[in-house]
Design a protein around this ligand. Structure first.
Ligand SMILES: C[S@@+](CC[C@H](N)C(=O)[O-])C[C@H]1O[C@@H](n2cnc3c(N)ncnc32)[C@H](O)[C@@H]1O
Length: 332
């Protein structure tokens, strides 16, 4: 079945087994125009990829590129603009049909070959010099297709080849989210409006709101209570699928002032190497212009009061797929 997504790579002794789970829903979402519209309209995302590819034209000119999860083919076209000799645009879902039309409309059929199928199952006629992919999910790894990029790297990239982007970093900061407090307080206001005391709903509301695994929200800078702390880094040249199953990191945050922390905000950056220039960073920080990834918000079961210069120390464990656990909190 070519509508599958590789989820787990399991190693036992010397053998590595890839368990492929059907994920038709995942690919269905990419068959619709809405998600591609959102991604291409995200100027920060699309333009940073464009600049990241064009700035590497020295390494791309005359070379063979693999675009993992090509979607509409936008990154493949940037690679041709950067001088690529040939681009294999691999796309699992039916948006590949639109990519074929877009490639034709831009008269690049001789350079871009759109291949419908998962990167885990397609057969390319040659190995490649460059891999380009936009694989990041919410909070970087949430439902991410990074495993597919690593699979392509290990199977199709020539030794010493280039991966764009080449590095990812995860950041975290405590926040005081007033919207949640307003939602909890709402249940205390019902009595004034309708004469029914519903304040006992507040505990239930807290459980419902705080229990969701990851909430995607635009975090307001004023609600962030410390400088960002980097807690994990992923090197795309060396990271393995096994390592991605549990990305761990430690961090400390020094609070700016007195407030009530009710959540943590997590975001990521990815970096493109830039010969002769500082590396180009695509950032989803709340301190930078908004992207469609916004930020991931993880609510605490109970708010905690913090004050200026208070240091929060945590151990974090990031489990791939759905869950980000913040544990081992120490306040000093
Ligand atoms: C985040 S979108 C990026 C699309 C396009 N590259 C862009 O930048 O606009 C990821 C695309 O990868 C495709 N995809 C995900 N996993 C894949 C896999 N294992 N093999 C081939 N395509 C895959 C999805 O269907 C989706 O169209």
């Amino acid at each position: 079945n070519d509508l599958c997504k590789v989820i787990y790579v399991v190693s036992q002794g010397n053998s590595t087994k890839i368990i492929i789970l059907q994920d038709n829903l995942y690919f269905d979402s990419y068959s619709d125009v809405t998600i591609h519209e959102e991604m291409i309209a995200d100027h920060v995302r699309t333009n940073t990829y464009r600049m990241g590819i064009l700035r590497n034209s020295e390494s791309i000119r005359g070379k063979v590129v693999l675009d993992v999860g090509a979607g509409t083919g936008v990154l493949s076209i940037f690679c041709v603009q950067a001088g690529a000799k040939k681009v294999y645009a691999v796309e699992a879902c039916s948006i590949a049909e639109q990519a074929v039309k877009i490639v034709k409309q831009n008269k690049m059929e001789d350079r871009i070959e759109v291949i419908r199928g998962t990167v885990e199952t397609v057969d390319l006629p040659e190995t490649v010099d460059v891999i380009v992919s936009e694989w990041m999910g919410y909070a970087l790894l949430h439902e991410s297709m990074l495993n597919s990029v690593l699979y392509a790297r290990d199977k199709w990239l020539k030794p010493g080849g280039l991966i764009l982007p080449s590095e990812a970093e995860l950041y975290i900061a405590p926040v005081s989210d007033p919207v949640v407090e307003d939602r909890l307080h709402f249940w205390y206001t019902v009595k004034d409006q309708y004469g029914i005391d519903m304040s006992c709903m507040s505990d239930f509301a807290r459980k419902c709101i705080m229990n969701s695994d990851i909430t995607v929200n635009s975090v307001t800078v004023e609600d962030v209570l410390s400088h960002p702390a980097r807690f994990a880094r992923v090197d795309l040249y060396s990271v393995t699928a096994e390592e991605l199953q549990s990305v761990k990191g430690q961090f400390t945050c020094e609070c700016f002032g007195s407030a009530s922390v009710n959540a943590f905000c997590v975001w990521f950056t990815v970096t493109f190497p830039s010969p002769d220039k500082p590396p180009l960073v695509l950032s989803t920080s709340p301190f930078k212009p908004e992207t469609h990834w916004k930020q991931a918000v993880l609510y605490l079961d109970e708010p905690a009061d913090v004050y200026c210069d208070l240091i929060l120390c945590f151990i974090t464990i990031f489990l791939v797929l759905n869950y980000l656990l913040v544990c081992g909190c120490k306040v000093s």
